[in-house]
Each structure stands twice: as C-alpha cells, then as structure tokens.
Design a protein around this ligand. Structure first.
Ligand SMILES: [Zn+2]
Length: 313
C-alpha cells in the first residue's frame, strides 16, 4: 500500500512524528493472552512460519509453499475454504499464478463480516537505503505475514467458539507486486479480482475490515482517511470496540493519511470495508521488514479487537 497523502490534520500527529508517545506505547503488560481468548504468541509463530518460507513473491516456490500452508491451516479451522486461483498478466506481459484464499466460518449465515489481509510480499525494496538493497525482495514480516498470523490465530478462536455472525477471512494475493503510482500498476490484484468474483451474486457483508501491517512493535493505528470518509460507521465500530477493550492507546482517534490499499476495490464495489493499518514503520518496503520488528503483544492487541467484533453480541 502507499500513502498518497500523509496529512497531519490534527495537532496530536506531531507526537507521532517525534516518537513522543513511544514510552507510553511500550509500557504495560507483557502477556499476550487476551480477554477474548486470542493468543498473540500463536499469531507471532504463525507469522514466522510464513516468513520462514522466504519472500512470498507471486510465481516463486516460496509463494506456492506459503499459499499451500495457509490453505492447510484454514482447512483445519474453518467450515469452508474457497481458493480463487487465477492467472494475471502484468503490464509488461509476465504471467503470474495468483490465489485468493477465502476461509468461511458459519457459511450458512447471511449476516457476515469480511476480514481481509494480503499474504503476498513485495518483489523489490524501493525504500531501502542502498541500490543493492533496493533490488532485494521484502521479507514481509509486518507487510504480509502479520495479517496472516493474526488470521490463523483468529481461526483457532473461531474453531472453539462459534462467532455470533458469519465470518469470512480473505487472504488476498498480489497486493504488493507492482507500482502504487499514481497510476497504480499491478497492485491490489487479488482484491480487484475478489471484487468482481464475489462468493455469491448477492454477497453483502455487514461490513469489512482490512488488517494490514498490524504487527509493528511500536504499534499505533490512526484512522485511514479513505475509510473515515467512505465508511465512517465501520471506523466508529472498530475504534469503539478497541477503546472498550482498553486499547485506545493503540487505536488512536487521530487522522492518518489516505492510503491506497486492498479496501479501495471493495469500497468501489459497494462493500463497507475499512483499512486498519500502521504505516509508520521504518522498515516498510525494505529488506529489514523482519520478525524482530514485530511483536506478539501488538498482534494480541489487534487480534483482541478482531475477535471481539465477531464474537460479542
Ligand atoms: Zn507493502
């Protein structure tokens, strides 16, 4: 994803820029067990399993293995798993084999919540400091694996405790392949495909949440402004749930920028989908996006919110 406008619309944004609230953010309990039963340590281990395959660049053996792994994990947890496999031809004529993976809990219910995360990782590190590093793929511990880890751990919870609504966990492919532009070229590929290949013709989840880059040790999540403008009631629901759980220090009620991410094609298709993302992450799109930069505690915080949204009445 890419920030096309990183606007500090409120004064408190300045605190983020100079890291002034870091002490507050790193303070507190170290336990990763949460009231909802979500296990942050398990989420971290699942994220590590993804990273251990190597960069999940579309078309690579690591991508094939990691995708197979996600399918196996979700078949062991969800009621139904749908694999959307398709070939995508890039702007320069390369053919990429891609897979979206949709894991469904309580598929019989019409009242549903859609969660999205991308599982691919980026083939280049354009934000790296050196020319040599810029050519390297991104390991994607935060940008790719954090959301996958959270989803698999959420699957553990939902296998034991039936959600109060139907839940669809969508793992998108090809989010981070090309150029964010503008113009955007060869990015958000899986989300665009899903938006035109919904699981049923009348598919209309109550709302959706994209969870992206949620593992940063120094986690702080402001509003993403396309979400705030286009689906404000979903933003309110998620941030209020976080506040109720005592996570208001992470889910801060401040403006972030407008971020082009997988929620955009879904918003354009009429689904009420928001983006939960912490893009203030120095290793973003560099070879240094590695497991030591993310934490079980951050995954526990976000997983707690994701779990509460679909398990509480
Ligand atoms: Zn990315």
């Amino acid at each position: 994803m890419l920030v096309i406008l990183l606007l500090c619309l409120v004064a408190s944004c300045r605190g983020d820029a100079n890291g002034g609230s870091a002490t507050q953010r790193s303070a507190g309990a170290t336990s990763t067990a949460t009231a909802t039963g979500f296990n942050g340590s398990a989420a971290y281990d699942y994220a590590k399993s993804q990273v251990d395959f190597g960069p999940r660049v579309p078309g690579s053996p690591a991508a094939r293995q990691a995708g197979d792994w996600i399918i196996r994990q979700m078949r062991a947890r969800a009621d139904t798993v749908i694999v959307q496999a398709f070939d995508y031809t890039t702007a320069d004529g390369k053919k990429l084999p891609l897979r979206n993976i949709l894991a469904r809990f309580r598929p019989e219910l019409s009242e549903r919540v859609l969660y999205i995360t991308h599982w691919d990782s980026r083939p280049i590190s354009e934000s790296a400091a050196t020319e040599a590093e810029k050519k390297m793929p991104v390991p994607g511990a935060n940008d790719g694996a954090s959301g996958v880890g959270m989803f698999v751990a959420l699957g553990d919870v939902l296998k034991k405790t039936k959600p109060s609504v139907g839940v669809d966990l969508l793992f998108t492919d090809g989010e981070d392949y090309g150029q964010f532009g503008p113009p955007e070229v060869d990015v958000l590929i899986g989300a665009k495909y899903f938006a035109t290949h919904l699981p049923s013709p009348n598919y209309k989840p109550l709302y959706g949440v994209l969870w992206d880059m949620i593992g940063d040790k120094d986690l702080r999540i402001p509003y993403e402004m396309y979400s705030f403008q286009q689906a404000p009631e979903v933003v309110s629901r998620v941030w209020q749930t976080a506040a109720d759980l005592g996570h208001g220090d992470v889910f801060v009620q401040e403006s972030g920028g407008q971020i082009v991410d997988d929620h955009i094609p879904l918003l354009n298709a009429g689904l009420r989908v928001i983006d939960v993302i912490d893009l203030t992450y120095p290793p973003h799109h560099t070879p240094h996006d590695t497991m030591d930069k993310i934490s079980a505690k951050s995954l526990a915080t976000v997983g707690d919110v994701a779990t509460a949204l679909v398990t509480r009445k």
